[in-house]
Write a protein that binds this ligand. Structure first.
Ligand SMILES: [Zn+2]
Ligand SMILES: [Zn+2]
Ligand SMILES: [Zn+2]
Length: 104
């Protein structure tokens, strides 16, 4: 019995296709996403020719994945600027109105 003991477990999944055998920077989804496949949380599906997000429903088109980039915290392959947890935190803080000043 020969058992390959190279079973080092990385819990780093590709953020495009969610497979565990590569990192997102070398993911084949960067160049081609098979029809019907979804792109993981690290990016979005766009048309390979015109970069249109979501492609062209009802037409023949080829998709690829582009990574999300956050302009607030500069993280890549994670979330979009509008989904930034930092921004959401700010919005909650900024949304508190001080209405206790009643001058009568
Ligand atoms: Zn991948
Ligand atoms: Zn297109
Ligand atoms: Zn962010």
């Amino acid at each position: 019995m020969m058992i390959d003991s190279s079973t080092v477990v990385h819990d780093v999944r590709c953020r495009f296709c969610l497979r565990e055998d590569h990192v997102v920077t070398i993911c084949p989804y960067r160049y081609y996403v098979p029809k019907g496949e979804k792109v993981g949380p690290g990016g979005k599906l766009v048309c390979i020719c015109c970069q249109k997000e979501g492609g062209h429903p009802g037409e023949e088109w080829v998709g690829k994945a582009v990574g999300n980039y956050c302009r607030i915290c500069s993280s890549t392959y994670d979330h979009r600027t509008e989904d930034c947890p930092v921004k959401k935190g700010r919005e909650i803080v900024g949304g508190k109105f001080q209405s206790a000043m009643v001058d009568s």
